[in-house]
Design a protein around this ligand. Structure first.
Ligand code: FAD
Length: 464
């Protein structure tokens, strides 16, 4: 481990507006507490940055002292790359302010903002940025890798809605990225992850959403899984773009809408979120009840903010987590058989398999418009996610993910995966995730981070 003298730490402390902490000092434990409890790395120093100038100073310090750099947005990366072992962590959690301009339909937020922060501020105006399913996730990592959620069919990925960013590059430059300024960087930020610089401010386009939406959530027994998936693959074809659709294999949550004797039992789920009125939504979901026999249903108007927080408790902080994902063009018979065979083999009630139904605005974005590596024509993104509170069961749960994933790969659309749903980032995997875009990303990386200072991520190796 590189040793840093107390004089040097003192100099950094006097330079930064934010707080510098070492193990045992106030602020350190909170800053290094990340979502995935399976990761145990200990930065030598945390620079909790309150401004872009702080980030530039932290970069300069790390390079002068020979310290590895990690960057923490919301701390939800499965691989735990917010943390470096023995290096300097640039912690962006102080940068959480959000400003909304409802007339221009634009929102700006700091690099450490969570989706809960952004949703709360935008919904005051009946507006929203497409985010993820869990509101305690960071805006930064989710957006920079892509960003799938309830609004993907309505308005595309989070990254499709990024219109500008303030970026601090590892050499300390503070620059804007947009279609008009540093367009190569702007292209790369929308999908290429945290490879090019630290984003201290995001600017998003906003969409009119809610505040009330219509939720139709249906749970089915494992025995009805085959009927559900064969129904769903036809049903989703006819749905309008203006709805959010989601399938899942899970254990029933201990929520009031689930009878107590069914809590934690294995189930499959289908959810359809409507953005119009109750009557329109009723027509949309009528075929579900006419064709299938759900054991639980929750059909209700719901505030957008509550929908965004609905699964928060099912993804608590500090547990042992691992995941892998595949893109499927369609739910073929073979894919359905693989799901039905592997879903029951999970042991932890918290492990679950969300299947994002794509299409709509997501599919209409020109593939070359952004660096996002996923195929825009796919029907589904299947995320096999293991989460357990018990370390002794983690290895078995991880094996469940790998076996399930291997069984689905023969039906997948190509070999690539979604970088935000990966836990291992070997170079070949990252290349596959970006496919033909990888080389262009390498060129941008060589322009903004030629020394690969930012390598704790789905790493793009700079072009030689
Ligand atoms: C419970 C849970 C639910 C999720 N749900 C979804 C979902 O619905 N849809 C979806 O698409 N994804 C989802 N994800 C995946 C999520 O997109 C990634 O885990 C993402 O990396 C989280 O971003 P973060 O800022 O919270 O993470 P962090 O661990 O802080 O950062 C992730 C990566 O981004 C880099 N980074 C962070 N902040 C910045 C910044 N400001 N500038 C430059 N680089 C930065 C970090 O160095 C790191 O490499 C979920 C993850 C979890 C754990």
């Amino acid at each position: 481990m590189v040793m840093v003298s107390s004089d040097a730490v003192g100099r950094l402390r006097s330079t930064l507006e934010g707080v510098v902490s070492e193990p045992g000092q106030p602020g350190y434990d909170e800053a290094v507490n990340i979502w995935n409890g399976a990761i145990a790395r200990r930065p030598a120093l945390v620079a909790s940055c309150a401004s872009s100038g702080d980030v530039a100073a932290a970069f300069a310090f790390a390079q002068a002292e020979g310290l590895e750099v990690s960057v923490r947005g919301g701390g939800h990366n499965y691989a735990g790359y917010a943390l470096t072992d023995g290096g300097l962590m640039i912690d962006l959690t102080p940068l959480r302010s959000v400003t909304v301009d409802p007339d221009a339909a634009r929102a700006r937020c700091g690099g450490g903002t969570t989706w809960a922060d952004l949703d709360a501020a935008t919904q005051e105006h009946g507006l929203a940025v497409p985010g993820g399913f869990i509101s305690h996730t960071g805006v930064a990592g989710l957006t920079l890798g892509g960003g799938l959620g309830w609004l993907s069919r309505l308005a595309g990925l989070s990254s499709d809605n990024l219109v500008g960013a303030e970026v601090v590059t590892p050499d300390g430059r503070i620059m804007r990225a947009s279609e008009a300024e540093n367009a190569d960087l702007f292209w790369a930020l929308r999908g290429g992850g945290g490879n090019f610089g630290v984003v201290t401010e995001f600017e998003f386009a906003l969409h009119r959403v809610g505040p009330m939406l219509q939720l139709g959530l249906f749970l089915f027994t494992p025995a009805d899984g085959g009927a559900l998936f064969r129904f769903a693959r036809e049903f989703v074809r006819d749905l309008p773009d203006e709805c959010g659709v989601f399938l899942a294999g899970l254990s029933t949550p201990p929520e009031p809408f689930v009878p107590a004797d069914l809590h934690f039992t294995p189930a499959f789920a289908l959810a359809v979120v409507g953005f119009g009125d109750e009557a329109d939504h009723g027509k949309l979901i009528a075929p579900i009840k006419a064709s299938l026999a759900p054991i639980v249903e929750l059909v209700t108007p719901i505030p957008y903010v509550a929908l965004q927080q609905m699964f928060d408790a099912s993804a608590p902080w500090g547990l042992y987590a691992y995941e892998k994902a595949v893109y499927l063009d369609e739910l073929s018979d073979g894919a359905i058989d693989a799901i039905l065979e592997h879903q029951p083999k999970k042991m932890s009630p918290l492990s679950f398999v969300p299947m994002f139904v794509m299409g709509g605005a997501y599919a209409r974005v020109d593939d070359d418009a952004t660096a996002f590596g996923g195929n825009r024509a796919v029907g589904y993104v299947v995320n096999i996610s293991a989460t357990t509170p018990d370390p002794s069961t983690f290895e078995a749960e991880r094996a469940w993910v790998r076996d399930y994933w291997s069984a689905l790969v023969p039906y997948a659309s190509g070999v690539g995966s979604y970088v935000n749903f990966m836990t291992e980032y070997e170079e070949a995997r990252v290349r596959n995730a970006y496919g033909p875009k990888y080389e262009r990303l390498q060129q941008v990386k060589a322009t903004y981070d030629p020394g690969n200072v930012l390598h704790l991520n789905a790493n793009i190796v700079p072009e030689a």
